[in-house]
Design a binder for this molecule. Structure first.
Ligand code: DMJ
Length: 594
């Protein structure tokens, strides 16, 4: 066989370019030129992405979701685990069995019943992170707890359910330790007097020893407080076989199913006597947030067997999309606000940053019609991106608690996302990306932003990283991991102290001033979601677990035939009426006549 270049030289040339190539290959030095050219082209094409990834000026659409090397991910997961150990050991050193640590003074606070909420709230985090010695030590605290409060004191029903009961149930589900279920049952039973009201909506607070109850600051009950115990009580009913748990919590759902609310705007305050709304404030932020979650999540928790909750979830989300989503005039940021008798406040709360994660979870798990699916997915991506920008914009890289968004020019309705999306759709979807989804630039200058700070504190809250985690899990887009990592680095830089972690007074001013508090949700939620964002295994798969509003994963379970009969839940496999009808299949093409 002739050498390659000889063969080429002997062949009859057909076209000039082929001939030149052959000539090129006949010279040993020049033969490498095409490879060199290819290398230069590759560097020229990809270098801007590699070297400027994450830079402030890069619009998000241009940021490639680069896969992160496994060793980088495991180092990140390890850093978050170390952060947890630092926070929890500091709590142990200075505030052991009190509720929360005061990280500046090294003191303690008994602000949630005095039973050691930081332990109960983060047992499952320890389990997930493989911190088994700490977990075992936590079990001893649980074993010794009697849920005692003196006769003149009360425990807040909502917080006790989501932090203590949710924490116990989740730790039980993960570890199988019988004491956790025993204590969950004991606590669940002692809180039941809260439901003793004419309507069945719960009181704000209860004394678990005496069963006496009291109202909170409002004469009524907040929507979030009435609708954030269904996951815990239904799972507890299933585990213990105690019907009253299901019946009490489901009575609240019945009030909601029968409420005469046709526009899906379930208000933030309800009358405990009549079971009817007492205001016309519609929000996904404070007073309402977790109620929205529990509509979707209780449906998912019992293996999608209670169709009425799904119907209500979809009705309320329709309403959120129609009335609460706005786009800022400057950068076109999509955000969610609240309305009072239909009038938007243009306030955007960090608390509302759970919403994109919830929408993403709904898109991932529910059988939705294509139009609904894309609308929910866009809303999730747009709002999660705005949540991230409120972090990325600030001097510390941490997000403020509340913002006033720049009002739309002209009429208040002019920045409504639903209208903008409809117009964009009718115009033939120019550019392919709906309004509110970028690309965006980070804006470090306060006066260049399209919002002002209303509460500039960063309270170690979880909502933004919770949504980053759910966005990552449901879309597979690694950009959410990068954003989560940036948040973690900012926490390390600005919130970490010698004795634990502390909330920050002003996210836009450095060096930062701290608040003397380390809330238990930092251990229960913020660090857990960050850890799960980086750890390589899917420890808590979304088709097996549902997180309660305090990030306590509860396992998806099936009602038994006996429970279904007792609770009037449709038999498994029975047709469940959904408010949305699946689009019909495309018509059959008639057989060709030819
Ligand atoms: C948490 O305790 C829960 O997530 C609750 O539902 C509302 N938010 C706080 C933390 O911000």
């Amino acid at each position: 066989m002739l050498p390659f270049h000889t063969r080429q030289a002997n062949a009859k040339p057909k076209v000039l370019s082929v001939q030149s190539l052959k000539l090129l290959y006949s010279r040993p030095v020049l033969r490498w030129l095409p490879y060199l050219f290819g290398l230069i082209l590759t560097v020229w094409l990809f270098a801007p992405f590699v070297f400027s990834y994450g830079r402030e000026s890069l619009p998000i659409a241009a940021q490639p979701a680069l896969p992160i090397a496994p060793e980088v991910l495991s180092a990140r997961a390890q850093s978050v685990r170390d952060a947890y150990v630092h926070a929890y050991s500091s709590y142990k050193k200075a505030a052991w069995t009190f509720d929360e640590l005061k990280p500046i003074s090294g003191g303690s606070d008994n602000n949630f019943n005095g039973w050691g909420v930081s332990v109960f709230d983060s047992l499952d985090t320890m389990w997930i992170m493989g911190l088994h010695d700490l977990f075992e030590e936590g079990l001893d605290v649980v074993t010794d707890t009697t849920f005692y409060v003196s006769p003149e004191n009360y425990v807040p029903f909502f917080e006790t359910i989501i932090r203590y009961l949710g924490g116990l149930l989740s730790a039980y589900a993960l570890s199988g330790e019988p004491i956790l279920l025993k204590k969950a049952d004991e606590l669940g039973a002692s809180l039941l007097p809260a439901f003793k009201t004419p309507s069945g909506l719960p009181w704000y607070a209860v004394n678990p020893m005496t069963g006496t109850t009291r109202a909170g600051w409002t004469s009524g009950v907040l929507w979030s407080e009435a609708l954030s115990n269904q996951m815990e009580y239904k799972y507890l009913a299933h585990l213990t076989g105690r019907y009253e748990y299901y019946e009490k919590t489901e009575k609240i759902m019945k009030i909601m199913y029968n409420a005469e609310i046709t526009d899906g705007q379930f208000p933030t305050q309800w009358d405990i006597k009549t079971g009817k709304p007492i205001n016309s404030h519609f929000s996904v932020g404070a007073y309402a947030d977790s109620a929205h979650e529990y509509l979707l999540k209780q449906y998912l928790l019992s293996a999608q067997s209670e169709p009425k909750t799904k119907a209500l979830y979809l009705k309320v989300v329709d309403s959120i999309i129609d009335t609460l989503l706005y786009v800022t005039p400057k950068r076109g940021l999509l955000y969610v606000t609240d309305v009072n008798s239909g009038a938007p406040s243009f306030k955007f709360e960090h608390l509302s940053c759970f919403l994109p994660g919830m929408l993403a979870l709904g898109v991932h798990t529910l059988d939705l019609p294509p139009k609904t699916r894309e609308l929910h997915a866009w809303a999730a991506e747009g709002i999660a991106t705005t949540c991230w920008l409120t972090y990325a914009d600030s001097a510390t890289g941490l997000g403020p608690d509340e913002m006033w968004m720049t009002r739309p020019e002209g009429q208040t309705t002019s920045g409504k996302w639903s209208t903008l999306v409809e117009e964009w759709d009718q115009a033939g979807r120019p550019g392919g990306t709906p309004p509110g989804l970028g690309p965006f630039k980070v804006e470090k200058q306060a006066d260049g932003r399209d919002y002002g700070m209303y509460q500039s504190t960063y309270l170690l809250r979880p909502e933004a990283v919770e949504s980053f985690y759910l966005m990552w899990r449901t879309t597979g887009d690694a950009v959410w991991r990068e954003r989560g990592w940036a948040v973690f680095e900012a926490i390390e830089k600005h919130a970490r102290l010698e004795r634990g972690y502390a909330s920050i007074m002003d996210v836009d001013s450095t060096p930062v001033k701290h608040k003397d508090e380390m809330p238990s949700f930092f251990l229960a939620e913020t660090l857990k979601y960050l850890y799960l964002l980086f750890v390589d295994q899917d420890i808590i798969p979304l088709d097996k677990y549902v997180f309660n509003t305090e990030a306590h994963p509860l396992p998806i379970f099936e009602w038994t035939p006996k429970e279904r009969a007792r609770y009037n839940i449709p038999a498994k496999g029975a047709s469940t009426k959904s408010p949305y009808v699946k689009p019909p299949p495309p018509p059959q093409r008639p057989a060709s006549e030819s």
